[in-house]
Design a protein around this ligand. Structure first.
Ligand code: PBG
Length: 325
């Protein structure tokens, strides 16, 4: 049937009809809220390049988790911003480290919040790379040894999901095996499966203090030009035991999210990264876009592309907007 018999506008005539035929429902249950944990007590340091976001001390991270619970956001992901760094990032597997302590405190105060821990080294190394550097490049297998230590330390602290993010070959299988051997066979893995060497991580590197001293990350993070390779990476991670796979960043990679969604039967997560958040905030500050509508449209697009879960700095404001209706 075609015009004039068929008129698609019929179903757009009233808010009630539009609601009835809406295909994508955005809900706070899809959100994972990132937190940057710093040393100290009662500390909140606003992050210049991420308006509205702050680095927080452990006690303030607990307050943030409480706020998430009240807003219906099920999970937080923690990044440590330690003052101790070394060449291999050994602070990452300190059982008494910032994220380990924050995890214990959050699980004690707000047990129903899911704590996701990013298993990586760039916040903990003096050079800012995601592992052990040998001759100017990150050494894959030496990094895996340390990654196992990080995962076990995070598991002991009570993390609910381990999220290895360094894009090392074989990293998911390695983490799975190490966790199983340590008795954590029920702890799931969220794999940063298709993580691109993106400029959109800029503000995060300020927030987490991870700007690299030298070089770039193109020998481990993916080339933004590649789509088939994302499927290969996701399939590998799935076969190595990933429980959830992730595409990162989200907005310039909606096609990748959609392809990954078609390819695997695992839950798919997408990381709405710092640069995406910062661009929206900057345009809204100048009055160039409607902030609230842009937030919801952006997150809906990521969901529509196929993401079940969205890691986003917008989580709290989006949950509040959705509640308002
Ligand atoms: C790596 C890591 C990165 C982000 C989170 N974990 C990227 C990187 O610097 O390579 C970026 C997240 C963001 O930009 O919001 N540990």
């Amino acid at each position: 049937m075609q015009f004039p018999e068929y008129r698609p506008r019929r179903l757009r005539r009233t808010e009630s009809l539009r609601r009835m035929v809406r295909e994508t429902l955005l809900q706070p249950s899809a959100f994972i809220y990132p937190l940057f944990v710093i040393p100290g007590k009662g500390a909140r340091k606003p992050i210049g390049s991420l308006p509205g976001q702050s680095q927080v001390s452990v006690d303030e991270a607990v307050a943030e988790a409480q706020e998430c619970r009240e807003l219906g956001i099920p999970a937080v992901i923690l990044f440590g911003v330690p003052d101790k760094k070394d060449a291999v990032g050994s602070e990452a597997w300190n059982d008494d480290g910032l994220v380990q302590r924050a995890t214990r405190e959050i699980k004690r105060a707000v047990p129903e919040i899911t704590v996701v821990l990013d298993a990586c080294f760039d916040e903990y190394t003096t050079h800012g790379h995601c592992g052990v550097v040998v001759e100017g490049d990150v050494d894959n297998d030496a990094t895996l040894e340390n990654l196992g230590r990080v995962a076990v330390s995070q598991a002991r602290a009570g993390a609910d999901l381990i999220a290895p993010s360094g894009m090392m070959d074989g990293y998911v299988g390695w983490v799975r095996e190490t966790l199983d051997e340590a008795g954590f066979e029920n702890l799931p893995i969220l794999a940063y499966s298709a993580k691109y060497a993106s400029c959109f991580y800029g503000p995060f590197r300020e927030a987490a203090g991870t700007a690299s001293e030298f070089g770039h990350r193109k020998t481990y993070q993916m080339d933004p030009a590649n789509g088939h390779e994302a499927i290969r990476e996701v399939s590998l991670d799935a076969s190595e035991g990933a429980d959830i796979v992730m595409v990162k960043p989200a907005l310039a990679y909606l096609d990748v999210i959609a392809r990954v969604r078609d390819e695997v039967d695992l839950p798919v997560a997408a990381y709405n990264v710092s640069g995406e958040y910062a661009m929206l905030k900057a345009a809204a500050e100048r009055g160039w876009i409607d902030h609230d509508r842009a937030v919801l449209e952006t997150l809906t697009a990521i969901k529509r592309a196929g993401a079940d879960l969205i890691l986003t700095y917008h989580a709290k404001e989006a949950a509040a907007l959705l509640r308002k209706g």
